[in-house]
Write a protein that binds this ligand. Structure first.
Ligand code: G3H
Ligand code: 13P
Ligand code: ZN
Length: 309
């Protein structure tokens, strides 16, 4: 099946109150692990590529690997640019066959974010490509900040409506307390569901995106640390919170950190248990399997997208 956009996927996910997993890809094993999981679960999937991934693997290699994946399967796959920081990178990916791009203007003032996003939307829509934007900045909700500062970081519902209307963007990443990486909360995990509900109600039918949605499972941190890792006090978003978000208009859930943890735990364990082995296939094979199992777990127990392909 050729690459698809997320339009139809999000419509069905919104109506069915589940979410599509957007997993970051950096190399062949990661792509294969994710796609094998999606095929087994008959789940639609988004493969997303960051600027860092493009730099690491080179755009042509990632493109050819994804082409191999779509030739090999018949599940709907979206190829998405994650956190595009300029019109130029979005244009390069659109011209290169991506079916979805994110323009991340969240660091700019509102008007500048609108202007940049609109420019990308105009270019993308003329070519049948969909666009995700971001409003608000991801940060720990537990940070010792004054309420006004907190509100300045989390997405403002009125601004979200104005932003969507003025840009014509297809989906919007909002900030309700998640953050990127393995250290998301200083104390008790907490998401601003009231804010999510408000935004969702004010934008009926519109797909909301949650970044920084890894759960950082304790067992994988422990496994890394058991085999020589030194990962301190990591804490992610509890899975029940993600399931709740998926039932409230969140149609895309971004996961990268959990794949990194699964892969690293597997490699660390193999290396310690097999100190004389040096064939990369011996440790990358199990690492690919660890990615696959992590994605199967997410699809079944967090996203609810099994059987929706
Ligand atoms: O949101 C960021 C993703 O986890 C990608 O990370 O920029 O290190 O590739 P990266
Ligand atoms: P995590 O770091 O929580 O996996 O978030 C990934 C992400 O948002 C990619 O855009
Ligand atoms: Zn992100």
């Amino acid at each position: 099946m050729p690459l698809v956009t997320s339009k139809d996927m999000f419509k069905k996910a919104y109506e069915g109150k589940y979410a599509i997993g957007a997993f970051n890809v950096n190399n062949m094993e990661i792509i294969q692990g994710i796609v094998e999981a999606a095929v087994e679960e008959k789940s639609p999937i988004i493969l997303q590529v960051s600027a860092g991934a493009r730099k690491y693997a080179r755009p042509i290699y990632l493109k050819k690997l994804v082409e191999a994946a779509i030739e090999d399967t018949d599940i709907p796959i979206v190829l998405h640019l994650d956190h595009g920081e300029s019109f130029e990178i979005c244009k390069a990916c659109i011209d290169d066959g991506f079916t979805s791009v994110m323009i991340d203007g969240s660091k700019y003032p509102f008007e500048q974010n609108v202007e940049l996003t609109k420019k990308v939307v105009d270019y993308a829509h003329e070519r049948g490509v969909v666009v995700e934007a971001e409003l608000g900045r991801l940060a720990g909700i537990e940070d010792a900040v004054k309420v006004s500062e907190k509100d300045a970081i989390l997405t403002d519902p009125d601004e979200a409506v104005e932003f969507v209307e003025r840009t014509g963007v297809d989906s919007l990443a909002i900030a309700i307390g998640t953050s990127h990486g393995a250290y998301k909360f200083k104390g008790e995990p907490k998401l601003d569901f009231e804010r999510l509900e408000k935004i969702s109600n004010m934008l009926p039918g519109f797909p909301i995106v949650l970044h920084g949605a890894s759960s950082v499972p304790r067992e994988f941190v422990d496994l890394c640390n058991k085999y020589g890792g030194q990962i301190p006090n990591a804490q992610g978003v509890p899975e029940d919170m993600l399931r709740k978000a998926a039932s409230m208009g969140v149609c895309k859930i971004n996961i990268d950190t959990d794949l990194r943890l699964a892969m690293t735990a597997s490699v660390r364990k193999y290396m310690v248990e097999n100190p004389s082995e040096f064939d990369p296939r011996k440790y990358l094979g199990p690492a690919r399997e660890a990615i696959k199992q992590m994605v199967i777990h997410k699809i079944r127990n967090v996203l609810g997208s099994s059987g929706k392909a």
